[in-house]
Design a protein around this ligand. Structure first.
Ligand code: NAP
Ligand code: BGC
Ligand code: ZN
Length: 356
């Protein structure tokens, strides 16, 4: 079968041939439909994040997959079920985090991430997975099912951030999303009617397809070249909730000065080492004297995937059409890895979805 992989010492994905995997006991065989690409994939390909499986000279890419069960192999699935796999797998058998159904909380060394670190991903014509790491989705979601994983990332981050505000009566009205990539825009769309006013930060000139989506969602565009993150609160209004999805490390601390009293910042980006001169005393004082919180959030578990399928159904069709700027067959896979201002979300299609 064909797979898309990056080889050691290279930064250019290639199509390779691999044997079709055989499901072990407890695993199902899945025919891959589509696999999405996000900022993390670009970081993995560039060598800035993740790592190769032990003893392998390549890493099959892809962690945002949707597929159709081809061989249930005695699991509870039926042939033809549409499924989305979770990302993390235990490196040696199992461990307490996986046993609790909370692999997203496992520390380094206690997980692999398929397509990212230590385990091959889903960019192949077929993959196998233990049944407990496959989430059934309604058939009608199969074409856009590759969005379930990124939506699940935000489900978890919302849960973690809101939990940090659960000890008092928190009534957020304003939210700011930092970043107009696919994660930022999906998150912007997921901010519900709790928020009266929502903002999204980028660094682009109009006309731009991401700013068009912000306009359509009723959000206010904030250009970081004109309004640095620590000045957004003063220039627009203080934000009760800030969701960082730029991967630009200074944003996380700058946002403290734009956050309203009692507000919370969720950090999602995975930046490398970054030197940045900053008044940490002022930041520390702000956090303490105004009961502000900063939380980090990574990955998601099956419960977040289930919540994400409900959310996917609630998103307007126009948003999915505008967000997904290209779906490419394996033979044309390079287009899915183009990273310029015309691209928001892409996917590689391994097989076509046929309604049953
Ligand atoms: P992406 O497509 O690379 O999006 C990042 C966006 O941030 C881009 O649109 C970029 O704008 C914008 N940006 C970067 N620096 C900026 C600045 N200084 N001012 C204004 N805008 C800036 O990535 P993504 O897939 O949406 O993911 C976002 C981040 O979340 C990445 O760092 C990714 O690794 C991380 N992530 C984390 C998790 C998790 O579990 N924690 C899950 C998924 C993704 P331009 O395109 O104009 O440069
Ligand atoms: C993936 C997560 C993963 C994170 C860190 C994200 O892009 O969606 O599942 O935990 O990267 O590797
Ligand atoms: Zn991702």
């Amino acid at each position: 079968m064909k797979a898309i992989a990056v080889r050691r010492e290279t930064t250019d994905p290639v199509v390779i041939e691999k044997p079709r995997p055989e499901p072990s006991a407890g695993e199902a065989l899945v025919r891959t439909l589509r696999v999405g690409v996000d900022g993390t994939d670009h970081e993995v390909i560039a060598g800035g994040h993740g790592g190769f499986p032990d003893g392998e000279d390549h890493l099959v890419l892809g962690h945002e997959a949707v597929g159709i069960v081809e061989d249930p192999n005695g699991t509870g699935f039926e042939v033809g079920d549409a499924v989305v796999p979770t990302v993390r797998r235990p490196p040696n058998g199992t461990n307490e985090y996986f046993e609790r159904g909370e692999p997203d909380m496992a520390p380094d060394g206690m997980y692999h991430e398929r397509g990212i670190v230590g385990a091959h991903g889903y960019m192949a014509e077929y993959f196998t997975s233990p049944a407990e790491h496959l989430v059934r989705i309604p058939d009608h979601q199969a074409p856009f099912g590759f969005l379930v994983e990124p939506i699940s990332i935000t489900e978890k981050a919302f849960e973690v951030a809101y939990a940090s505000r659960s000890s008092f009566e928190w009534r957020p009205e304003t939210a700011l999303v930092l970043g107009n990539g696919s994660l930022g825009l999906l998150t912007l769309a997921m901010l519900d009617e709790t928020y009266d006013r929502v903002y999204c930060l980028g660094r682009r000139d109009r006309p731009d397809p991401t700013i068009d989506i912000m306009d359509e969602l009723g959000a206010t565009y904030v250009d970081s070249r004109q309004t640095p993150v620590d000045e957004v609160g003063a220039a627009f209004e203080p934000m009760d909730f800030v969701f960082e999805a730029t991967g630009y490390a200074p944003h996380g601390v700058q946002a403290v000065h734009t956050l309203a009293p009692n507000g919370v910042i969720a950090l999602l980006g995975v930046p490398g080492s970054t030197d940045y001169e900053f008044d940490v005393g002022a930041m520390h004082g702000e956090l303490v004297l105004h009961n502000k919180a900063i939380v980090g959030s990574v990955n998601s578990n099956a419960g977040h995937f289930e919540a994400a399928t409900d959310t996917l159904d609630s998103l307007p069709a126009w948003l999915l059409d505008d967000l997904v700027t290209g779906i490419y067959p394996v033979d044309d896979f390079r287009k899915a890895f183009v990273d310029d201002n015309t691209v928001i979300k892409t996917a590689v299609e391994f097989s076509a979805y046929e309604e049953r």
